[in-house]
Design a protein around this ligand. Sequence first.
Ligand SMILES: NC(=O)c1ccc[n+]([C@@H]2O[C@H](COP(=O)([O-])OP(=O)(O)OC[C@H]3O[C@@H](n4cnc5c(N)ncnc54)[C@H](OP(=O)(O)O)[C@@H]3O)[C@@H](O)[C@H]2O)c1
Length: 340
Amino acid sequence: MKLCLIGYGNVGYGFVRVLLRHGLWLRERFGFAPKIVAVHDIRRGTVLAPEGLDLEALAAAWVENRDLSELGKSGAGLDAFAVIQECGADAVLELTPTDLRTGEPAAGHIRLALTAKKHVVTTNKGPVALFGKELLSLAKENGVQFRFEGTVMAGTPLFSLVDFALAAPVRRVRGILNGTTNFILTQMETGKSYAEALAEAQRLGYAETDPTADVEGFDALAKIVILANMVLGGDLHPSDVPCQGITKLPSSEVQRAPKEGFRWKLVVEARRTQDEVEAKVGPERLPLSDPLAQVGGVLNALSLELDPLGAVTIVGPGAGPEVTGHAVLSDLLAIHRGLR
Ligand SMILES: NC(=O)c1ccc[n+]([C@@H]2O[C@H](COP(=O)([O-])OP(=O)(O)OC[C@H]3O[C@@H](n4cnc5c(N)ncnc54)[C@H](OP(=O)(O)O)[C@@H]3O)[C@@H](O)[C@H]2O)c1
């Protein structure tokens, strides 16, 4: 399988590192030996290499912040659209930054790649939250796959569980899908103010300098819209979903709750009612007996409810370059194995 990476930032680098570590095992176990034939990144440059790039050299170029064009045929002057058209890849990895308002430029990259009959794997929430069903239909029309495991819970398998292991429709999902706010709430419980807990999250690299998308709940909102539409079959736009973050939650309340047998969490939920799917995001005071109340720090968790299993809860990391790179690799492996 020949791959083209659009966006070579933290996740792209994480993907290359995971491939370097597990490449031999993937080849022996599944006969899967992907080659990276093109990389285009707005900051790091563009390289085309029909024979496949040396992965060690590609990883080193990231660490040393070198222009990618040194690694093969320079693609200087080509934009992402031209690279997708000219690279000769079987699959495009769309790993550019998320824009939750427009989904662009990723949505355009994905449409072009699918129309050109290339599989697409993305970790970018924007296009999936806004146009997920349209992109899935486009993939189907063109006889290729569109996979997005890394958009929710990063490398913790969720969509592959739903797609390949469940034999009944999911009725409801409920979970903690933002590690940054979960870390902040866990810190606040130990006596820190919101500002102190946020500063600690920023110091450890869990929160961005501008933490709005996390603390106001927008990141969790995008994820629950993806689940509502792609798992429960809804047709929601993010603006349809009530969303509240954690900024208005008094730390005195977060600290008092455990003494009374409760714990505050930023909870997302989507459920299928009689004839529609509804979703919400907001802080909830959960009894300590709730499995979600036991999920601390940056971990994510999701309970899926279906007949006859009841609730199945998965807990795992929800972010990180290599963890998300693993999601990309797992999607590619599913495509290689012909799983749909
Ligand atoms: N990191 C995680 O743990 C994680 C987890 C789940 C999902 N994701 C999602 O995965 C995607 C990639 O995340 P990341 O952490 O790798 O982000 P990142 O480190 O910011 O990398 C994105 C790279 O793409 C480049 N870029 C921006 N616009 C581009 C364009 N139009 N064409 C080509 N390259 C472009 C960026 O350059 P500039 O820096 O110059 O803009 C940057 O080098 C995002 O959508 C993110 O939300 C990330």
